[in-house]
Each structure stands twice: as C-alpha cells, then as structure tokens.
Design a protein around this ligand. Structure first.
Ligand code: ATP
Length: 532
C-alpha cells in the first residue's frame, strides 16, 4: 500500500477518535504509530530497502538528454544506437531469435560523457532511467551490497512497467567498484557476493516481461572480472574517448549556445588550443569564462575570458604565493628556455608563456598543438623531449646549475626516452625493454638523454640574446601571448639537419599512448610545461 494512503487513513482515524472522545485511551498507541509512519516514510523517500539501515542506490533523475546534446563521440553514439535498436524493435529481433540485449559497457576517461550517453540511451528508447554508482553498493556488512543489487533491479522493473515501452535503462557508474575481479578485495566476501548478485540479476533479465538494459561505465576496464564481459552480460563494449578537435568544437558550441559572445571569440581556435580536454573540462572552461566576464561586469564572454579559463582549468586557480625576485628571474629563464626551443623546432607552437604561479606550477609554457596527432616518429618524440629539457638547460646555462623546477620535466623526458626504446626506435632496434639486458637499455637511455641535452644547450647558447630578451620581458610583464613571445625571440635559426630516424619507424604501435593522456594522466590535459 502506498505511504500517502496510509497517512490519509491515519489522519482520518485520529479525527474520528478526537471527535468521539476516545483519544485518551489510544494516545500512546497513536504516538507510536505516527513514529512508525514517519520512519517508514523517511525510509521510502531515501529508498531504504526493507531491513537495511542505509539508503539503497537507484536514483531516478528526470532525463530529457538526447544524443544531439552530446558533442563529438560519433562512434560511441553510433554503436550505442545500433545496440539500442534491438530494444526498440524487440519483436522483430525476437522473430529472428536475437537474444535480448542485457548490458552495454561504456569505457573511457572521466568526463567524456558516459553518463550523458546513458541518459540519451533512455530517451532514445523511451525507457525509464535509473542510476547508481558502484560505491553505493559496498558496505562492511556482508550481504548488504547483494541485497541492494536485488532491490535495484526490482526498482528498474517497476519503473519499466510505468513506461509505454515497458523498458528501463539501469546505469551503473564506477562499475569497477563492484565488478572488480573476484577474490582480489580485502573484504572480498562482501565484494564477491555483490558481484555474484549482479551476474545473477543480469542472467535473469529475460525471465521478466519488462526489458531492463544495464549500462555500466568504467575508467578501468582492466580491473573488471572476466565474468562480467562474457557474452550475454556486458557483451557490447563502447569506447568513449577524449574528443578530437572536431568533437571539442561541437562540445564547445553546445555549451556556448545561448550565451552572449563577443565577436572576438573564435571557437575553432579554442577547440585547437584545448587538446587533451574532456567534455567536462570544456564545460568547465565555458563556465569559468562566464564567471570571469560576470566578475568584470561585462555583458558578453570575450576571447580573453576563455583564454584565462583554459589556463585555470588546466593548472588551477592563480596562487597567492609571490616568489622572490631571484626565483622569478630563474623561473623566467626556465620558461623562456622551453618557449625558445619550442619555437625553434616548430615556429608558431607557443600559445602562451607565463611566470604567474598557478596550482603547483611557478610558471608554464602552453604549446599549441597544430592538430590532433595519432602517431609520432622518433624525431617528433625527440623534439618533445628537447622542449621538456630546455627549462633545465636554460637554468644551467644562465645560473650554472638547475633547480627543483625541472623535476617534472625530467620525468617527462624519461617517459619519452622509454617510449622511444619500447617502440623499437632506438639503436637497440625492436627489443622488449623489460627483457633486454638491463645494462644495455640503461646505456641507451643515458646516450639518448645526453645527446638531446647537448643539442638543447648548444641551441640555447647560440640564441642567448633571444633567451635574455624573452626572460627579461617575462620578468617584467609576467604573461606573454604566443605572438608577444615570438616578437621578443625574433628569427630563430633552425637546428642543423638531424640524421634521419630509422626508415619507416614510428611509434604507431603506441600511437594512442604517445599523444593522448595515458590512463594515469587522464586527469591532466597535456601540452604545458610547468615549472613546479
Ligand atoms: P565520469 O567517468 O567521471 O563519471 P562521465 O564520462 O560519465 O564522467 P559525464 O558525467 O557524462 O562524464 O559528463 C560530465 C559533464 O561534462 C556533462 O554534464 C557535460 O556538461 C560535460 N560533457 C562531457 N562530455 C560531453 C560531451 N561529449 N558533450 C557535451 N558535454 C559533455
């Protein structure tokens, strides 16, 4: 029976008793009943399953998101639509004996629109939408998670019954929390029981007349128990990647739609400058820009607000700390070194350079990627390493020794050198660097790094006047646009021709890892050279 009917009956009974004078005798009873009703109503509102003390997952947010509200992700949208067509044309699919779709797994970095896609899937199929997050199932008490999974599927079927299509989309975010490999967790019994229950529910989906499609999302598909990926469970895996330039443009357009924009806003340029950003980053850029415009009392969002917002989203809020003049001079040379080498190797590549502290960085150079790249040659990888080494080399050239500002840069150089070796682009050829003799690999690492550093030091020494000019200007003005930096640098003699890289060798095998942020680096868009 529904809680509101119970409440109505209670009020009616109370009125009758007061009217007939019987209230004294039943007052304690009424009080108890009222308390019980309040507890039941609160439990109902929080979704507490019977006998459990905590809220059960399974929120049902209103959803009117469509696939048109999601920028980029064309492949993911197409694959998802194809899979969902079985749900819409259930009868026709059944005639051909096609097994009903039970689960779709969306995998990819955070903030790329997996939740949006699940909500759009519900709209597309005219289904009810329920969502829960893996973390909500896990309690220290064994059996609680499994009970929650059961309750969630019951609710999904209930919600499906209320729709004309008799279907529901059940979205489970952070699936790896409950779907991790069994036997791995510390309190493994609880985790295993929860996962087992999820498997049981998914296997039993076809036994009910309502159609429930489970859409799971995870950033760590590698952690999932194989049983979940078995045919008949999450047998459709859809990758939701970081958007490419066209995708970023579409996402920016969606979020800028309806906002007042100044004529100097160039969405194309913004899409180019936001390489490595997820949809959530781009949404944050637009929001931050609007806040900046509002704080400055402007009626429109201008290009400068968007540029400032990109830096803020990339590196965090401007920090209050004010380094000493000596430190600022060192940071100015460090950043000028990065900018000089970047411009020398690829003219027009610097988007901005600053010695204003943001987040943990004391200054940084933001590079403008010419376009999304999917593979890199040895020369390109080496050029990236040269730019990374340039801050360290500039400090050594000018002050005689480097500082801790170069720590992150050197880690990046080490990563690049590792990639060169692993892709078979070093003089060792195609080796498995894990199994090759440690000494040989170590020697090649040292050789490559030393040669790159030598190049960079020579180039900086050759261009010392330009380095001094840029560092001085940075020290005075703190932030320079790419154009301003290029004016200070003037013409930079290109480097002497380098010997060609081994024919036909690129890091193609590692293309994605080479240029897109890797799983650990997903949170942080690339392309900047901070001195921290
Ligand atoms: P997580 O893995 O962290 O749960 P997610 O992949 O589910 O993230 P969403 O929650 O769908 O990401 O996206 C967060 C926000 O980012 C959205 O509400 C939206 O504002 C914005 N966003 C992300 N991707 C897109 C996109 N492709 N188009 C438009 N907006 C997007």
């Amino acid at each position: 029976m529904r809680t509101d009917l119970l409440a109505g009956a209670g009020v009616g009974l109370a009125a009758y008793l007061i009217f007939t004078g019987g209230v004294d005798r039943v007052a304690p009873l009424l009080l108890l009943a009222a308390l019980g009703a309040a507890v039941a109503a609160a439990g109902h509102a929080r979704g507490t399953p019977p006998g459990l003390g905590a809220a059960a997952p399974g929120r049902r947010p209103s959803t009117s998101i469509t696939f048109d509200d999601i920028g980029g992700q064309d492949t993911a949208k197409r694959e998802l639509r194809e899979a969902l067509d079985f749900v819409i044309q259930r009868q026709a699919a059944a005639r051909l004996g096609i097994r009903p779709l039970r689960g779709i797994l969306l995998t990819g970095p955070p903030g790329t629109g997996k939740t949006l896609l699940a909500r759009a899937a519900a709209t597309y199929t005219g289904s009810a939408f329920l969502s829960a997050s893996g973390g909500e199932f896990i309690e220290v008490y064994a059996g609680v998670g499994a009970q929650r999974v059961r309750t969630l599927f019951q609710r999904a079927r209930q919600a499906a019954r209320e729709t004309p299509s008799r279907s529901a989309v059940l979205f489970i975010d952070e699936l790896e929390v409950i779907g991790g490999r069994r036997g791995r967790q510390v309190s493994h019994l609880e985790y295993d029981q929860t996962l087992n229950q999820l498997l049981v529910e998914m296997d039993g989906i076809d036994r009910h007349p309502e159609q429930v499609v489970v859409i799971g999302a995870t950033n760590r598909v590698d952690l999932l128990d194989e049983a979940l990926l078995r045919p008949g469970r999450f047998d459709r895996v859809v990758r939701v990647d970081l958007p490419d330039r066209r995708g970023r443009r579409e996402i920016l357009e969606l979020h800028l739609r309806g906002r007042p924009l100044a004529p100097d806003v160039d969405i194309d340029a913004l899409a180019r400058d936001t390489y490595g950003f997820s949809g959530a980053h781009l949404e944050a850029v637009v929001n931050e820009a609007a806040i900046l415009a509002w704080r400055q009392g402007r009626s429109r969002i201008e290009a400068c607000h968007l540029a400032e917002a990109v830096e803020k989203v990339l590196l965090g809020e401007r920090a209050d700390r004010r380094p000493s003049d000596d430190e600022r001079r060192r940071v100015a040379y460090h950043e000028a070194g990065h900018a000089l080498i970047s411009e020398m190797l690829q003219p027009g590549s610097v988007a901005s350079v600053t010695i204003v502290s943001r987040g943990a960085a004391l200054g940084y150079v933001r590079q403008r990627p010419q376009d999304d790249v999917w593979l890199q040659t040895r020369r390109q990888l080496e050029n990236d390493a040269r730019v990374a080494l340039a801050g360290y080399a500039a400090e050594r050239l000018v002050f005689g020794e480097a500082s801790t500002a170069a720590g992150d840069d050197l880690r990046r150089v080490a990563e690049i050198v590792e990639r060169i070796i692993a892709a078979g682009l070093s003089r060792l050829g195609p080796v498995d660097s894990e199994r090759a003799p440690v000494d040989a690999v170590q020697q090649v690492r040292a050789e490559i790094t030393a040669a790159l550093l030598e190049d960079v030091e020579a180039a900086l020494a050759r261009h010392r006047p330009a380095l001094d000019r840029l560092a001085q200007r940075l020290f005075e003005q703190e932030t320079l646009s790419g154009e301003e930096a290029r004016r200070e640098l003037g013409h930079l003699e290109p480097p002497a021709p380098q010997p060609p890289a081994p024919a036909g060798h690129t890091a193609a095998g590692q293309a994605a890892a080479a240029t897109r942020p890797d799983p650990e680096g997903w949170q942080r868009p690339g392309g900047e050279w901070p001195a921290s």
